[in-house]
Ligand binder design. Structure first.
Ligand code: MG
Length: 186
């Protein structure tokens, strides 16, 4: 579906309930080869420090499909370092999404320059989706695992999100229903 309207940079290409609901095999068939994955409230809540064995197996499964994987988080080295310590994938911490710098570093870390083959997955419109769209990536919004665990900067972003969602609801109801409705209710 084509992105439309003046808020197009905030609109994800796809919306799913969770990362586990994404059809990765189909993404691979569509030609995507690299996954840039957010951590906080996308893979685990802010309260969880380490990935479960189940989550590690899931991520390894994505690698065996053929994807290059890199974690990209606005959180600090300590948080991201602990989270990724049991896995052998590159990560970018303090990425400052939605700015382009962190995304560019992520591409470099996996030695992948073709932006049309990149998927970014995250739970925030103002960082993951806006940033990913600006880079020309395919963007997938997932619902935050535990919204209550959001840290302060995220809570501020959520306020902007609500403003944007209100606009989307008012000006483009069909789009709102298809991409955001369940997201907002979580
Ligand atoms: Mg997040």
């Amino acid at each position: 579906m084509a992105k439309q309207g003046k808020y197009q940079k905030f609109i994800p290409n796809e919306h799913q309930k969770s990362v586990q609901n994404i059809d990765f095999l189909n993404l691979y068939k569509m030609g995507f080869r690299a996954l840039l994955i957010d951590i906080d409230n996308t893979l685990v809540s802010y309260k969880e420090h380490e990935p479960s064995a189940e989550l590690i197996t899931f991520i390894k499964g994505l690698e065996s499909i053929g994807f290059k994987i890199v974690f990209i988080s606005n959180n600090n080295q300590e948080r991201v370092g602990v989270f990724t310590s049991k896995m052998d994938y590159p990560f970018i911490c303090s990425a400052r999404k939605p700015l382009k710098t962190g995304f560019k570093k992520a591409l470099k870390a996996i030695d992948h320059q073709n932006r049309a083959e990149v998927v970014v997955i995250g739970d925030q419109i103002m960082t993951d989706i806006l940033g990913g769209n600006r880079m020309g990536f395919f963007t997938i919004l997932v619902e935050p695992i535990l919204r209550k665990s959001d840290i302060l900067p995220t809570r501020i972003n959520r306020k902007m999100e609500r403003f944007f969602l209100k606009k989307a609801k008012k000006h483009n109801k069909a789009l709102y229903e298809s991409r955001f409705k369940t997201y907002e209710k979580m």
